[in-house]
Design a protein around this ligand. Structure first.
Ligand code: BDP
Length: 332
């Protein structure tokens, strides 16, 4: 517990706008640390700031979220471990990094599964979303919300990727996921697992020739300064997830839990609204700073897709999952 002193730094303009500072000036607040790898200014951090300000408002200052951005609490792998063992209250991570423990995350990471963001959201809003939640909650973490992560595409240092054979001999950074490692191998490249915070270093030391990510992360991380060819193949759309440790959740009153759920849902909706704009801004900045963007039609998708989908046979291993994948592929 700590005394809120009236400082509203980092709580976002929403809290300020509501005159919350004076309301909260003398309330005893429970601090909730939120582990985040992105720096302030990233759209995910903006969504978290809204989560924090709305939660403070809804609980009249009883719960204070302290955003530990820029990997202050370690990388995503560490966050995933910490939220399960209860050593951190809240974490925001990408489902792509949870595949070793969560079968549904493995399926979600399969390349070219979703045709668009809207398609991904519809699938997540249906039975498949319930399955993800149930599997995650078995591990000791409570699912608070999903956030957009757009579509991920490849980017490279020396020449653009336009067709399958362009991967030959390239070392491509991936998240620590067997699905992504196999994807790069199928495409003819060499996967190199590097933690997100260390990717710039790996580029500058010449240890990798490329990576893949969505536009806001490509630019906010500064990867565009090393890998100037961004090929919009949009091979995967794996959402972000906001989790609370069960240990912290159980210390909250029912009313506080409800407030957490509401604030998380609002922050997700807020981010959904801002996502397209954030992609457009990132794209403009990348172009302005010298990136060469290859539009979807300039990337010879069929050659890449044919190889990429070979990984399905390894990860879709039973008839239930096959049914799920076919339903997703066929769904509107
Ligand atoms: C970013 C995600 C972050 C991932 C990172 C990565 O927001 O959660 O860990 O990509 O590639 O877009 O590691």
């Amino acid at each position: 517990m700590r005394q809120i002193t009236g400082s509203c730094r980092g709580w976002g303009k929403f809290a300020l706008g509501l005159g919350l500072a004076s309301l909260l000036a003398s309330v005893d607040a429970k601090d909730l640390a939120l582990a985040e790898i992105h720096p302030p200014g990233h759209i995910i951090v903006k969504a978290e700031e809204l989560f924090a300000s709305r939660l403070a408002e809804l609980t009249r200052g009883e719960l204070a979220v302290n955003i530990k951005h820029s990997a202050q609490l370690g990388n995503e792998e560490k966050s995933w471990e910490s939220v399960r063992n209860g050593s951190v209250d809240v974490v925001r991570i990408n489902l792509g990094g949870m595949v070793k423990d969560i079968q549904s995350a493995r399926l979600l990471s399969l390349p070219y599964l979703f045709r668009s963001r809207e398609h991904m959201w519809r699938v997540l809003g249906g039975d498949f979303g319930k399955r993800v939640k149930a599997e995650v909650e078995k591990t000791g973490a409570v699912v608070l919300a999903y956030y957009d992560s757009g579509a991920r595409s490849f980017y490279t240092t020396h020449k653009p990727i336009q067709k399958r054979s362009d991967f030959n001999g390239l070392r491509i950074r991936v998240q620590d996921s067997p699905v992504y490692k196999d994807l790069i191998s199928e495409l003819g490249g060499t996967p190199v697992v590097v933690s997100y915070e260390k990717v710039n270093e790996a580029f500058s030391k010449g240890e990798i020739d490329g990576a893949e990510n969505n536009l806001p992360s490509y630019v906010s991380s500064g990867h565009h300064q090393y890998a100037r060819y961004y090929s919009m193949d949009e091979h995967s759309s794996v959402p972000e997830i906001l989790l609370m440790s069960k240990k912290s959740w159980d210390t909250l009153t029912a009313e506080q839990q409800k407030a957490v759920t509401t604030a998380a849902a609002e922050s997700s909706a807020y981010m959904k609204k801002l996502w397209a704009e954030s992609e457009a801004q990132a794209l403009a900045k990348a172009r302005k700073e010298g990136a060469v963007i290859l539009e979807k039609h300039q990337v010879y998708l069929s050659g890449i897709e044919t190889y990429a989908v070979k990984v399905y046979s390894k990860y879709v291993t039973n008839s239930e999952d096959l049914g799920v994948i076919l339903d997703i592929l066929r769904s509107e």
